[in-house]
Design a protein around this ligand. Structure first.
Ligand code: MTE
Ligand code: MOS
Length: 784
C-alpha cells in the first residue's frame, strides 16, 4: 500500500484513450452551455461593455432596455445582496463604477433570447467621463503604476559574482502575452434547485472558489451554493479565476427572476473581457567566467497584470522561481513587480509564470553564446545543475543528473551533431534560405507555491454488486485527469477499468477543493482516490482473509479477483467478496484525502521548498527561414520528457505534444495587439477573433515530430510513481524560438549576438535577419 509502488497487474500505465474520446469526436460530450436547453424558462445574459479603457461611469439608464421585447431584467450594482466583488483580492467589482479596461462589462441584460438580451444591452444609455489610460509596461513603469507586492529572489552577493566574471553583458527583453483560446468560451448556468438552493453549472477549473464567490455576492453561505463542472472544452489556466464573476452574474439573475439563467460569452466577448498570459519586460545583467559558467544574474522582471491582481502575484512568484531554469547561478538577485494597466486582468496560463521566467534566461543564453565564442547548446549544458546543488530559493535540485541524462539521450536520438554539420553546409550554399537547429532544457517545479493548495479529497463508493463510483475534487478540461483517476481507482481496488465509473465534479461531494492547476491534478486527486480505495480494500481484505483462511496482508486484489498470495487459482470474484462483506456489515465506501508532504514556503523571503519535485525535459527543433519574407517552417522537433512512470501514456504523449504546440504558438505566432494610439479606441484589443489572432494549426505542426517519454523514471513521492505532465512541455517550445534565432543569425557574420522579438512572427524574424544581413553588408563593405 505504498503510494508509489505499482502492483504487477493493473490499469495504471496502460495506453488507454481519453475516457470521453468517443463523446468528444461524435459531438455527444456535454458542456456547461449544452445543459441549458433542458430547462424551462431559460433566460440569456448579455453584457454591456464599456467603449473606453478607463472612465468613470456617470450615468446608466437601463429603462430603455426594458422596452425591448423579450427583455426581463437588467442586473446592476444595486441588485447585489452581498458583496459587489468577483475576485478574492477585493479589487474586482462585479458591477464597476469605474471602467478599468476597454470592454469592461458595466451591467448585464437578461432576456428570453440571446438576441433580445443583446438588443436590450444596445438600448441602454451610459455616459462616461473618460480618464487617462495606462496601456503598456513602459507607460506603467513611467507612471509608477504598480499593484501587489514586489518580491525579490536573492542568493549570494551579485556584486561579488560580477567581480568574479570574465564577461559581463546587459540587455532588455520584452515579450508578449497569450490568449487561452480554449474551444469552449466561459460559460455558466444557474438555477434555484428543488430545495431552494443555488445550483450552478460552471466551466471552471476551481469549483470551490466559484462557489465561494457566488456565495459572497449573493450573501449566502458556501453550504447554500453548489457548483458542478461536467467538463471544460479547455481551460489552460484561463478558467482558474475568470469564471467566478460570470457564475455570480448567472446566479444573481436566477435569484432575482426565479428562472434559470444561462451566460455564455461569444468569442469576441471572451477575448475582450477575460485575462490572458502576462506579458513581461526584463532588464538584466549577467556575468560569465572564462569558460562560460554563470557567475551572477541581476534582473528586474515587470509583468503586465492588467486592471486587477487576481493571480498576478503567484504568477510572478513562479516566474522568479523559474528564471534559473536548469542552471546553477551562484549569485542572483531578481526583483519582480506587477504593472497595473487598463487591460483585461492577466491571469494563469499553462506554466503560470514559469515560461516567462525561463524565457528570460534562455534568451540571455541564446544571445550571449556567440559573444562567449560558444555554441548555445554547449553554453547551456555546462551550466546545468549538478547533484547536490540548490535553487536560488533554497530547494535542493533532486535528480539533477536527469538533466544531463535527458540531454545526452536527446542529442543522440535527434542526431544533433550530424544535423548541425549538415545545416552549416546548407547555410553556406543557400544565400536566401537558412536553417537553424537548437536544443533547450526544461526544469519545472511541481506543486502550488501556495502550500495550502497542495491537498485534495475524493469519495469512492463500492456498491453491493461490486461496481465502483468515484468522485474527486479535480476538474476535467481535456487533459485526461478523469481517465487517470479511473485507472488509479481500478488499480488500487484490483478491478478492471470498466468496473469504475466517474461522477462529475461537484462541491457538495468533495468540499474545499483546490483549483485543478499547477499540473498537480493527478498527483493530488490520485493520492486521495488511492487513499479511499486503500481504506476500502483494507476492510475487504479482513473479510476475504477470514473466508480464505490467510492473513489479511496476504490477500491479493487483481483484475476483479481476490485470492491468497501465491494462489491466483483460488479465491473469489471481487463482486462476491463485496456482496459477502455487505452482509457482514462492512463499510463499502470511503472518503480519501491527500496532502503533499514536505512542502514549506516563505512568501516574503522567497525561500523554502515549495515543490515536491522537478519535471525535466528537453527538445530539439529545426527550422527553415525564408530570407525574403521571414516566413519559416518547423521542419522537425524531437522531444524527450520526464513524466515519471506514466499513469496513462497516450494521455501523457498528447499532453506533451499539445503543450509544445501551444508553446510554439505563444512564441512564434500569437500576437495580441492593443490600440495604443491616442485615438477614440485607445485600449481596444485589436485582435478580437481567429482571423487576426493566429493560432497554431495543422500547417504549423512540425513536419517530423518525435515525442518520447523518459524511461525508468519512477518518482517515489507520487501516486504510482508518476509525475505531473500538464504544463512543463509548453516550455519545450523555447527551442523553436532558439532555432529561429540561429537561422536569423546565419544571414549575418558569425560571432554576433542575435536579438529576436517575441512572438517571433514571420515579420519579427524578417527584421531580425535583416539586421543580420546589414551587419554582413557592413563587414563585406569594410573588407572591400
Ligand atoms: N490540456 C488540455 N487538453 N486542456 C487544458 O485546458 N490545461 C493545462 C494542462 N493541460 C489543459 C491541458 C493546464 S494550464 C494545467 S495546470 C493542467 O493541464 C491541469 O490539469 P492537471 O493538473 O490534471 O494536469
Ligand atoms: Mo494551469 S496555468 O496551472 O491552470
Amino acid at each position: 500500500m505504498s503510494l508509489f509502488e505499482r502492483p504487477p497487474l493493473g490499469a495504471v500505465g496502460d495506453a488507454v484513450p481519453h475516457e470521453s474520446a468517443d463523446l468528444h469526436v461524435t459531438g455527444q460530450a456535454l458542456y456547461t452551455d449544452d445543459l441549458g436547453v433542458r430547462l424551462q424558462g431559460l433566460l440569456h445574459a448579455w453584457p454591456l461593455q464599456a467603449p473606453h479603457a478607463h472612465a468613470r461611469l456617470l450615468k446608466l439608464d437601463t429603462a430603455p432596455a426594458l422596452n425591448v421585447p423579450g427583455v426581463v431584467r437588467v442586473l446592476s450594482a444595486a441588485d447585489v445582496p452581498g458583496v459587489n466583488d468577483a475576485g478574492v483580492k477585493h479589487d474586482e467589482p462585479l458591477f464597476p463604477t469605474e471602467v478599468m479596461f476597454y470592454g469592461h462589462a458595466v451591467c448585464w441584460v437578461l432576456a428570453d433570447s440571446a438576441d433580445a438580451a443583446r438588443l436590450g444591452a444596445e438600448a441602454i444609455q451610459a455616459e462616461y467621463e473618460v480618464l487617462p489610460a495606462v496601456l503598456t509596461i513602459a507607460e506603467a513603469v513611467a507612471a509608477e503604476s504598480f499593484q501587489g507586492s514586489q518580491p525579490t529572489l536573492r542568493r549570494g552577493d551579485v556584486s561579488l559574482g560580477f567581480e568574479q566574471a570574465a564577461h559581463i553583458f546587459e540587455g532588455e527583453f520584452e515579450f508578449g502575452g497569450q490568449e487561452h483560446f480554449y474551444l469552449e468560451t466561459n460559460a455558466a448556468l444557474a438555477y434555484t434547485d428543488e430545495s431552494g438552493q443555488m445550483f450552478i453549472q460552471s466551466s471552471t477549473q476551481h469549483p470551490t472558489e466559484t462557489q465561494e464567490i457566488v456565495a459572497h455576492v449573493l450573501g449566502l453561505t458556501s453550504s447554500q451554493v453548489t457548483v458542478q463542472c461536467l467538463r471544460m472544452g479547455g481551460g489552460f489556466g484561463g478558467k482558474e479565476m475568470q469564471p467566478h464573476g460570470f457564475a455570480a452574474i448567472a446566479a444573481l439573475g436566477a435569484t432575482l427572476t426565479g428562472r434559470p439563467v444561462r451566460l455564455r460569452l461569444n468569442r469576441t466577448q471572451d477575448l475582450t473581457m477575460t485575462g490572458k498570459r502576462h506579458p513581461f519586460h526584463a532588464r538584466w545583467k549577467v556575468g560569465f567566467d572564462e569558460s562560460g559558467g554563470l557567475t551572477a544574474l541581476q534582473a528586474t522582471l515587470s509583468s503586465d497584470g492588467g486592471w486587477s491582481l487576481d493571480l498576478s502575484e503567484p504568477v510572478l512568484a513562479r516566474a522568479l522561481c523559474h528564471i534559473d531554469n536548469a542552471y546553477f547561478i551562484p549569485h542572483i538577485e531578481v526583483l519582480g513587480r506587477i504593472c497595473k494597466t487598463n487591460k483585461t486582468s492577466q491571469t494563469a496560463f499553462r506554466g503560470f509564470g514559469g515560461p516567462q521566467g525561463m524565457l528570460v534566461i534562455e534568451d540571455i543564453l541564446g544571445r550571449c553564446a556567440p559573444l562567449l565564442g560558444l555554441e548555445a547548446a554547449d553554453l547551456r549544458q555546462r551550466n546545468f545543475y549538478a547533484p547536490g546543488e540548490a535553487t536560488p530559493y533554497g530547494q535542493p535540485v533532486r535528480h539533477a543528473e536527469r538533466l544531463q541524462g535527458v540531454w545526452q539521450t536527446l542529442l543522440q536520438k535527434s542526431e544533433f551533431a550530424a544535423r548541425q554539420a549538415e545545416i552549416r553546409t546548407f547555410n553556406a550554399s543557400n544565400p536566401h534560405t537558412k536553417r537553424g537547429l537548437a536544443i533547450t532544457p526544461v526544469k519545472f517545479g511541481i506543486s502550488f507555491n501556495f502550500t495550502a493548495y497542495n491537498q485534495a479529497g475524493a469519495l469512492v463508493h463500492v456498491y453491493k454488486d461490486g461496481s465502483v463510483l468515484i468522485n474527486h475534487g479535480g476538474t476535467e478540461m481535456g487533459q485526461g485527469l478523469h481517465t487517470k483517476m479511473i485507472q488509479v481507482a481500478a488499480t488500487a481496488l484490483g478491478v478492471p477499468l470498466k468496473c469504475v465509473r466517474l461522477a462529475p465534479t461537484r462541491t457538495d461531494k468533495v468540499p474545499n477543493t483546490s483549483a485543478t492547476a499547477a499540473s498537480s491534478g493527478a498527483d493530488l486527486n490520485g493520492g486521495a482516490i488511492k487513499d479511499a480505495c486503500d481504506q476500502i480494500k483494507e476492510r475487504l481484505a479482513a473479510v476475504a482473509a477470514g473466508a480464505l483462511g490467510v492473513h489479511p496482508n496476504d490477500v491479493r486484489f487483481e483484475n476483479g479477483r481476490v485470492y491468497p498470495l501465491g494462489h491466483p487459482d483460488q479465491g473469489m470474484d471481487f463482486a462476491k467478496l463485496v456482496h459477502d462483506a455487505y452482509h457482514l456489515r462492512t463499510q463499502l465506501w470511503a472518503a480519501g484525502y491527500y496532502r503533499t508532504p514536505g512542502l514549506h514556503w516563505d512568501r516574503a523571503a522567497m525561500q523554502g521548498e515549495p515543490f515536491k519535485y522537478f519535471s525535466y525535459g528537453a527538445s530539439v527543433s529545426e527550422v527553415e527561414v525564408d530570407g525574403f519574407t521571414g516566413a519559416y517552417r518547423l521542419l522537425r522537433a524531437d522531444l524527450l520528457h520526464d513524466v515519471g512512470d506514466s499513469l496513462s501514456p497516450l494521455i501523457d504523449i498528447g499532453q506533451v505534444e499539445g503543450g509544445f504546440v501551444q508553446g510554439a504558438g505563444w512564441l512564434t505566432l500569437e500576437e495580441l495587439r492593443w490600440d495604443t494610439s491616442n485615438g477614440p479606441h485607445r485600449g481596444r484589443l485589436a485582435t478580437q477573433s481567429a482571423s487576426t489572432y493566429k493560432l497554431p494549426s495543422f500547417s504549423e505542426m512540425p513536419e517530423t515530430f518525435n515525442v518520447a517519454l523518459l524511461e525508468q523514471a519512477t518518482e517515489d513521492g507520487v501516486v504510482y510513481g508518476s509525475k505531473a505532465v500538464g504544463e512543463p512541455p509548453l516550455m519545450l517550445a523555447i527551442s523553436v524560438r532558439e532555432a529561429l534565432r540561429q537561422a536569423a543569425a546565419a544571414f549575418g557574420p558569425s560571432g554576433r549576438p542575435q536579438q529576436l522579438a517575441s512572438p517571433a512572427t514571420p515579420e519579427a524574424v524578417f527584421w531580425a535577419l535583416e539586421e543580420a544581413r546589414q551587419v554582413r553588408g557592413e563587414v563585406v563593405a569594410a573588407d572591400d
